[in-house]
Design a protein around this ligand. Sequence first.
Ligand code: WT7
Length: 665
Amino acid sequence: MSERTDQLVSQRGEMFYPPAAFAQKAHVSSMEQYRQMYRRSIEDPEGFWAEAAEGFFWSQKWSDVRRFNFKRSQGPIDVQWFAGGKTNVCYNCLDRHLATRADQPALIWEGNEPGEDQVLTYAQLHEQVCRFANVLRGLGVKKGDRVTIYLPMIVELAIAMLACARIGAIHSVVFGGFSAESLKDRIIDSQCRLLITSDGAFRGAKAVTLKLIADDALDSAAGEGWRVDKVVVARRVGEGKGVDCPMTAGRDLWWHELMEAAAPVCEAEWMDAEDPLFILYTSGSTGKPKGVLHTTGGYMVYTALTHRYVFDYHDGDVYWCTADIGWVTGHSYILYGPLLNGARSLMFEGVPTYPDSGRFWEVVDKWGVNIFYTAPTAIRAIMRMGDELVQKSDRGSLRLLGTVGEPINPEAWRWYNEVVGEGRCPIVDTWWQTETGGILITPLPGCTPTKPGSATLPFFGVEPALMDDEGKETSGNGVSGRLVIKAPWPGQLRTTYGNHERFETVYFSDFDGYYFTGDGARRDEDGYYWITGRVDDVINVSGHRMGTAEVESALVSHPAVAEAAVVGFPHEIKGQGIYAYVTLRLGHDYSDELARELIEHVRNQIGPIAAPDQIHWAPALPKTRSGKIMRRILRKMAAGETSFGDTSTLADPTVIGTLVEMKSK
Ligand code: WT7
């Protein structure tokens, strides 16, 4: 942006400026400084990123800052950062801080039940991680081995991940809300021999099992020829809460018993900068979820730098990201980014509505949280409960608010700003993805004027572009298109686990020479980015990605279902809900009971986040003459629209009338 557009900005619509008091103390305190740093990061990426990397401990320095091929037409896609360098992410998260902040909190754990908490200092976390790293080594886990972690938000989750990183094992965290079937798929795809889980989990007022689900997953994996040798079980719920935890002799081992016997000292394994750090599965538009693979050096530098600048993190700040570590947000911005910066990172086990919808603000006051990062779906859910639950808290410690996961509607943005932040906390609307490893488009809170609903401008080193319908890059402002990134950044995924071809097809085949995000976006007159949502068959449910194909195949696996077509529709709290058109097999009848059964079936197959909100019985689906389902029409109908555009290419246009009729049933 030029100075001129800066001035125009203030005249055009709603703009919010960082309070002067905030800007004064910020790492980046003027747009001029942002532009200067941004320009340098693009013109001299090697210099910029080398400087960022120098703040870390490397047992051997890199030889090349960056090597890459982003053009499929010129050979395999290949991205390397800090090649030749050796380091260890766990060492940089923990050991590096021991000299200066051994007794400072690293993790502040707030339990599901108010009053239940635990603080682990850097020294304590370091010791626990070293012990568990020794446990893993004792169980035969070596550098490069995959370890699946299926745990609730308890400190063992953080300890297990860091212990893997310490010995060079690749962790694959599976969100605790996923089903046995989903867990099994991820275990088999990652070919892991060790699983870490817990007896159960607390979710609000309930205790739920995890071990029985894990056992189911392991049984069905064995049925498909994949055997896991050892299962480490952390005790979270204990006895007397109705949560069974059968232990299989010779396979299942208790976490606490192993830890007691383990030595507290463990050398870190020096990893090549491009050695894998973790795999995290995410849904796409086709097929089963893919294992997004992140590596060591680039991810480390990128998550730390973004955490420092985007959250304007200063030494001593209490920082809270409310995500679950089972998603990338938790990996990058509860665990790695904050600990790399020596932060006090709050880890919350519970849910925003337990014991009531004021819980977030109670926790903010209890720990004096300065930086608070959450999702639009949580903001909307709390907003609905009224302002009183917020206003009865103090929140005087809050300095900065953040949001991530989906486009935030301006109404929720304004409420977050006025009611939660009382107009004194800048809001950073951060756009990124599992694949990007860290935040790519975002305001910097000390300088960027914000507009409710816009993720604003690119972070350092990030070159976004918008592609038009002809596949050409659009130029200038006031344009929309498909959002792509033109050059590599250190935090990006390197491949999809075990399938580089799929990686190239999904991200690099639509536009040669560009990483394709799957999102559509608009760049307004001021150069600000507005993400308009996915342009592929992926639904964003409460900030989590769900492939329509995955839900469809879960539905079709039910014996009553002949065919299913799933689309997203606007949902007040979730952002998008799941809307399923279902055609039954002959001999089955439409009923409310069957609808409930199908919803339950999907829940069991994938997990609660995939459960359809609506079942729409479809005697037939609108198809083209070549048999392709016309989702455009289904989306419109799900959204409650009554005109469906051009339907002349349908094989049988009368299908529409029938569907509309069924909707009212
Ligand atoms: C998709 C990525 C990365 C953390 C959580 C989600 C959508 C994410 C925003 C935002 C508009 C957003 C995009 C993206 N998204 N953040 N601030 N504004 N849309 O990670 O599950 O990999 O999903 O979430 O559609 O592609 P994910």
